[in-house]
Design a binder for this molecule. Structure first.
Ligand SMILES: Cc1ncc(C[n+]2csc(CCOP(=O)(O)OP(=O)(O)O)c2C)c(N)n1
Ligand SMILES: [Mg+2]
Length: 322
């Protein structure tokens, strides 16, 4: 783990922005200030941050309903995210997508999807398009452990392997699909085991350690970019919150929560950079405080932003194909 100071601070800034954003979204939802579902990403910050910071600006990502972390790691402006959560015109989709559907084409964030596994065929298609055009762009698709039971997972893997699509399938195995534990639903024992029959190269990584994730991502992205072959990364992690804000989480054993909290990605990062003296606690506190203020400002700005005019209800629904 040799990282320069700016890179380290950039990783910490993204992880703290995500954590502060999710904490604030959670309290605002509890106070009934947000409409619709909110799916909290807290606990999984090292995955979005570790992978997305290894991508080029012209690569693509797709995500799920739990997409705030991926969007923020991809540098979608915080005000565009809060605007979207509050349904305002300043939102990244003009307030018409909501929390589950952040899309920023300019940043290569081509979709937060409400449909489980919905992003996978889209990422495979983007990767295929790059190949057909002679470009060396790659696509990363983020999804959960529950998504591996969808036909779209199997179809996308076999398609990507058959047609040489440089797509990296990133399974964030957070031990639960809604209320169902992975021990019960994952018949294959692991997600990497499910890649083998498709001839897709697969690796498992500690998803609580941003440095481990970054190393794995660097290799898989380079491999996909230069060979055109798909790959799968299974990142082991834990969802601190429920399936959605308001989930009572009675299905989680308390000792399990405590065990994973002890391996918190932010705490792990703090230890890893302060112990060898790469950064000081003061450096980290300063950035974390800035993230808190940025998030608070973004939520305040969104609350003052205008609502979309009803006349735009049917725009952005259909596209013209020439
Ligand atoms: C096709 C489809 N089926 C069911 C649902 C309802 N649903 C939403 S989230 C979810 C569980 C997904 O779990 P996982 O893939 O592990 O992702 P996580 O929520 O843990 O990030 C389900 C079944 C859905 N959105 N789409
Ligand atoms: Mg899950």
């Amino acid at each position: 783990m040799i990282e320069d100071r700016d890179t380290l601070l950039g990783l910490w800034q993204r992880m703290t922005r995500i954590r502060r954003f999710e904490e604030r979204a959670s309290t605002d939802k509890e106070a009934d200030l947000l409409e619709g579902y909110i799916h909290n990403y807290s606990g999984q910050e090292a995955i979005a941050t570790g992978i997305i910071t290894q991508l080029r600006a012209d690569d693509w990502i797709t995500s799920t309903y739990r997409n705030h972390g991926h969007s923020i790691a991809r540098d979608v402006p915080l005000e565009a995210m809060t605007g979207e959560l509050l349904g305002r015109t300043t939102g990244v989709c003009g307030g018409k997508g909501g929390s589950m559907h952040a899309v920023d084409q300019d940043l290569g964030m081509i979709g937060g999807m409400g449909i489980v596994a919905g992003g996978m065929p889209i990422a495979a298609g983007a990767a295929l398009a790059a190949r057909r055009r002679g470009q060396d762009r790659v696509a990363v698709t983020f999804f959960g452990d529950g998504a591996v039971h969808q036909g779209a997972f199997h179809e996308s893997m076999t398609f990507a392997a058959l047609f040489n699509c440089p797509v990296i399938f990133v399974c964030e195995n957070n031990l639960y699909a809604e209320t169902t534990a992975v021990d019960y639903h994952l018949i294959a024992g692991s997600v990497i085991a499910m890649a083998e029959p498709y001839g897709v190269h697969a690796t498992q990584v500690d998803g609580m350690d941003v440095f481990a994730v970054r190393d794995a991502a660097e290799q898989l992205i380079a491999r996909a970019r230069y060979t055109g072959r798909p790959a799968l990364l299974e990142a082991m992690t834990y969802r601190y919150g429920g399936q959605y804000e308001g989930d009572t989480q009675t299905y989680k054993p308390p000792q399990e929560v405590a065990q994973w909290r002890a391996r918190d990605p932010l705490l792990t990062f703090r230890r890893r950079v302060t112990e060898p003296g790469l950064l000081t606690h003061g450096d980290l506190d300063e950035v974390a405080e800035r993230s808190r203020v940025e998030v608070a400002d973004a939520f305040a700005a969104a609350a003052l932003a205008p609502w979309p005019d009803p006349s735009v209800l049917l725009t952005d629904v259909y596209t013209e194909i020439s």
